[in-house]
Design a protein around this ligand. Structure first.
Ligand code: IMP
Length: 176
């Protein structure tokens, strides 16, 4: 375990198993369709790549980058820093997030993307902190519900560090 962590919340093996389960749920639910995955950078990058490898359907992958956080605090301001390269009208879209906390980011993003007239749009998030929710959002696929702790690893960062850890861990208070 990394020295700046107080505990490992979800192991590499637990993540691998759950990602395969979600991928087969998606493969079943979208049978006969093509999926347009939108990864929300940067946190999604490991989850999305593991997920799509296990989805047995035709897929398209594109990315967006939005900013809503400054360090560990939600600023409440959401800005699109990088937009999609392809149109999504008439597509079956799945937005892939690393974590849904207050829900403000994903809520804003879904509202924006709906104006581009996708056929369907759903959310797939690796982690969910239900106790932190400030706005109701519909999450079709959730990897793990976790308590209100600041977590890093498997794509999630604290000030750009720890994304490479192959597990989800809780950052020690003294380093955050
Ligand atoms: P929301 O708008 O509060 O739902 O925030 C979602 C975004 O906040 C995520 O995409 C992450 O970038 C960031 N975030 C929220 N909680 C954590 C955490 O525990 N660790 C790392 N990033 C987090």
């Amino acid at each position: 375990m990394h020295k700046n962590l107080s505990e490992i919340l979800i192991t590499r093996e637990q993540i691998e198993k759950r990602v395969r389960e979600i991928a087969s749920d998606i493969t079943r639910d979208y049978h006969g369709k093509e999926i347009f995955f939108i990864g929300v950078l940067k946190g999604c990058f490991i989850f999305l790549s593991d997920l799509v490898k296990n989805v047995k359907l035709d897929t398209n992958v594109d990315f967006m980058m939005i900013s809503s956080y400054d360090g560990k605090q939600s600023s409440g301001i959401v800005r699109i820093l990088l937009d999609l390269k392809q149109p999504i009208d008439g597509k079956d879209v799945i937005v892939v997030e690393d974590i849904v906390d207050t829900g403000l980011t994903i809520n804003y993003l879904i509202k924006t993307l709906k104006t581009r007239r996708p056929k369907t749009i759903e959310v797939c998030t690796l982690l969910n902190k239900p106790s932190c929710r400030k706005i109701n959002v519909n999450l079709k696929y959730v990897g793990f519900n976790i308590p209100d702790k600041f977590v890093v690893g498997y794509g999630l960062d604290y000030n750009e560090y720890y994304r490479n850890l192959p597990y989800i861990g809780v950052l020690k208070h003294e380093v955050s």
